[in-house]
Design a protein around this ligand. Sequence first.
Ligand SMILES: Cc1ncc(COP(=O)(O)O)c(C=O)c1O
Length: 370
Amino acid sequence: MVMDVMAAAARIEAAGGQVIHMEVGQPAAPAPKCAIAAAHAALATGRLQYTETLGIATLRARIARHYSETYGVAIDPARIAVTTGSSAGFILAFLALFEPGDRVAVALPGYPPYRHILSALGCEPVAIATTQATRWAITPDMLIAEHRRAPLKGVLVASPANPTGTMMTGEALRDLIDAAEGEGIAFISDEIYHGLDYAFAAETAARHSDSVTILNSFSKYFCMTGWRVGWMVVPESLVRTIDRLQGNLAVSVPTLSQIAAEAAFDGRAEMEAVKHGYEANRRILLDGLPKAGFENILPVDGAFYLYAEVSRFCDDSFDFAKRMLEETHVAVTPGVDFDPLEGRRFIRFCYAGSQSEMHEAVKRIGRWLR
Ligand SMILES: Cc1ncc(COP(=O)(O)O)c(C=O)c1O
């Protein structure tokens, strides 16, 4: 559905219209300057060869250090696997953990590729609908009830989440990990939006267990979507499997991107400034959208997403997004992409753009809905 919105936006732009893009979930800012400089220097040598299958050793060590610096959690660099974005990490994780036919729980609303990759691998994604009552998260009760209905082999959660931007508290995360591991259900934690937390500090699943599989990426906090580089933290027992899978599927991750990624950790001050920009954008939307008539907005805890109910205005968020684009030139994503059940009632705004765009979007939408 978002592709249709993007195509319509492109037509408006081709005709000279000024579209405010809030539909695509990626930072507008560039990668840290030190990452770009490191890539230039590497290119200048003219030699970019395969690396170790699980990633350049110094990058893996730097990622492990990130866990001790950020969360106070010690991780053995041997448990870090560098991946081609977290997207490739999902494929590796699912291949390593599951067999065709296995049932794996994911939250609705949620990032669609979880379900699609699982289906493509012959697994069965089991969508668990979340509500306001559980702060839009899967709870131990929900997980166990589904497991009793038919055994689950895995559960995947994201905090901060896409499309909602909501986060699980440290206790909620711990309780769900305990419930899953108590039943032998593999726990996968998508932590790709870590670093972009505003309501409270995001908690890593690594604090609670060495048996969880964690996905992360340089795409969002470090503004490196196109570099296609991410990482996994895997249980010790899975390291060899992930090594063999990645060796066969990809040999290794693009070397230039790994070199830039390692340098990116030195660009945190620059990225914190970008984060402060998102925080300002978040405040502009949280002030302006309710005034424009959006009465139900999910907790805007982290990432750069705001998920708002539109059922006051219409019963089809795709139609709403289309009309809003045509009449205000503000592009958003209809919720049906993230939730085939309730998504008709919601749209997602991405607020990774500039403050002036946020002010302008709020103004245009307010005028349109008045
Ligand atoms: C929740 C979530 N997980 C994973 C990804 C994949 O990102 P990447 O492959 O760039 O790391 C995205 C991208 O938007 C996402 O929103």
